[in-house]
Design a protein around this ligand. Structure first.
Ligand code: HEM
Length: 397
């Protein structure tokens, strides 16, 4: 590996501005199993085949690495469990995400929240009596706002300060080295306590009641597991969907030909969403730890080695798709790994897709002739472990 690539690879992994893809492409060419940095004894997995192999083998590659990281802040978490414990817990919570519940969520929660946010900034376009276009920043006014409100509404949280909740969620993602992450986690639990206590007494037809009263094979969850699951939904469901939605709008608005076509032909929307998730997955890395000595791509890794299967790098592997750095919604759809695969595959993936689809339909319907603001710099997708654009300034009308 040349000096420049080595420097890039060992860059602080939480640097939000760092784009890992050029270094990962170079490293993959040399060896798809790469030590993260001299100071950080974890190994990145950079090819599609290796990432898929590791995510599908839960016995050799344990998820407990998640429990020792963010699990310290969040309490018992489904993403940090293995084997029988994970199977039973997932069966209990998966019920709340069954397709009929998600359909109802889309109709009663997702659609009104998305249209409500557009109501707030769309007026600017209509006020233009002098014929001026409306303006908006689709990240700060839209994509960063609807996912956290949707999770909050699903959990029965009323009219709260959603920007504050979003801020706590971001603090949790800073990890256990940051004391404010623990404080934020406690505040989220305090927010949920009256709702959980109420649903224990008064069962309703909602997600919290489903979790509190879930009964599978005679099991019910204790408080630690109830809060562990409910609180996880904020970082798992909001931070991810917000960034994926921003990347989707950045891609489409940068391709006016695609924008014109999808305005007329909404059947393109599923391909647009899947290609966005492949091209710029919101979470580029997941975490595993080896339970025994293994050999991957001729690299011997002892038991207890931390692995970072890079779902982002897998999606950019030229052995998986040709011309992988290009966003191309016309390419044949491939099953990507953005939502993981195997037993821990994302529980919220249908919800995430529904949110992205509803948001795109709504923007196309409500913001006539929406396009990038030519007076602003073009959007840039940024970040290392979490990726998305910071701003997306558009004009419409
Ligand atoms: C575009 C948006 C999203 C992306 C890219 C994403 C990505 C992922 C990935 C890669 C995993 C697997 C982690 C692993 O194998 O260690 C995962 C798991 C999970 N996700 Fe998502 N996710 C998204 C949206 C959501 C939403 C909206 C929710 C819920 C409201 C959610 C809830 C979960 C949960 C609970 C798990 C743990 C499943 C388990 O461990 O069995 N995610 N997600």
């Amino acid at each position: 590996m040349n000096e420049e690539a080595r420097k890039l690879a060992s860059t602080n992994p939480i640097d939000p501005e760092f784009n890992p893809y050029p270094a990962w492409a170079e490293q993959r060419g040399e060896c798809p199993v790469a030590r993260l940095s001299d100071d950080f004894p974890a190994y990145l997995l950079l090819s599609h085949d290796l990432v898929e192999q590791v995510l599908r083998d839960n016995e050799t590659y344990s998820s407990t690495s998640n429990a020792v990281g963010i699990g310290q802040i969040m309490g018992p978490m489904i993403v940090g469990m293995d084997g029988e414990e994970h199977r039973r817990y997932r069966n209990i919570v998966a019920y709340a995400f069954r397709p009929s519940a998600m359909e109802r969520t889309e109709e009663q929660i997702v659609t009104p929240i998305i249209h409500g946010l557009i109501d707030e900034f769309e007026k600017d376009g209509k006020d233009g009596k002098d014929g001026k276009d409306g303006k908006a920043d689709l990240v700060t006014q839209f994509t960063s706002r609807f996912p956290v409100r949707i999770i909050a509404a699903m959990l029965g949280v009323g009219d709260e300060d959603f920007d504050q909740i979003h801020h706590w969620t971001e603090e949790i993602n800073l990890g256990p080295a940051h004391p404010q992450a623990f404080e934020a986690s406690r505040k989220l639990r305090d927010l949920l306590t009256p709702i959980v206590e109420d649903r224990k007494q008064n069962r309703r037809d909602d997600l919290v009641s489903d979790i509190v009263h879930a009964d599978v094979e005679g099991d019910q969850l204790d408080d630690e597991h109830i809060y562990g699951f409910l609180r996880l939904l904020f970082p798992a469901g909001a931070e991810t969907t917000y960034r994926a939605s921003g990347s989707m709008f950045a891609a489409i608005l940068s391709r006016p030909d695609v924008l014109d076509r999808v305005r007329e032909d909404r059947s393109m929307i599923p391909a647009i969403i899947e290609e966005t998730l492949r091209w710029e997955t919101a979470v580029t890395l997941v975490s595993r730890i080896t339970t025994k000595e293994v050999e991957l791509a001729e690299v011997t890794l002892p038991a207890g080695t931390d692995l970072l299967p890079a779902t982002g790098a897998a999606a950019r592997d030229p052995a998986f798709v040709p011309d992988p750095d290009t966003w191309d919604p016309d390419r044949p759809m491939q099953p990507h790994l953005a939502f993981g695969t195997g037993r821990h595959q994302c529980l919220g993936m249908h919800l995430a897709r529904a949110e992205m689809s509803t948001a795109l339909e709504a923007v196309l319907d409500r913001l006539p002739n929406v396009r990038l603001d030519p007076s602003c710099p073009p959007p840039d997708v940024v970040g290392f472990a979490f990726r998305g654009p910071d701003h997306l300034r558009v004009v419409f009308g």
